[in-house]
Unconditional design. Structure first.
Length: 137
């Protein structure tokens, strides 16, 4: 499949119990239930929360980008057989689309799970490259 999204720019992290940038009851843009992608979520809902954003497992490799739903429909992004390639220099990993973001005002192109950021060796506002869907190897 041809590239539908190819961006380069700054990143930050999101998701999981420690993400206080999202409300405790905040859900995700196109994953509506834990059963839609059980491998992305913690077994139990974190105390004091009810939204899926805080239930994401920060050790799982997931990503949020400003998806154009006319090009990458929500149904496609929910298809967990299609992943994004996230690259920094000679390091690259596959990540599951999990949400829409970051907000335009941040100047960032992607929000990544903490686990993915650690694996890539990046911190907030470092640059990454994202290709969706990941090219076949």
């Amino acid at each position: 499949m041809a590239e539908l999204l190819h961006v380069k720019g700054h990143c930050s992290w999101f998701g999981g119990p420690d993400d206080h940038g999202v409300d405790p009851d905040e859900d995700l843009a196109f994953i509506y239930d834990v059963e839609d992608a059980p491998h992305l979520f913690l077994h139990d809902q974190p105390a004091g929360t009810s939204g899926l954003a805080r239930r994401l497992d920060p050790g799982t490799f997931f990503i949020a980008c400003r998806w154009d739903y006319d090009v990458t429909p929500k149904e496609m992004l929910r298809d967990q057989t299609r992943k994004a390639l996230v690259r920094v220099g000679d390091k690259s990993f596959l990540a599951y689309p999990a949400d829409w973001g970051p907000h335009d005002s941040t100047g960032r192109v992607a929000d990544l799970s903490r686990g993915l950021m650690e694996a890539l060796g990046v911190t907030t506002d470092d640059s990454v490259e994202v290709i969706y869907p990941a090219p076949a190897e």
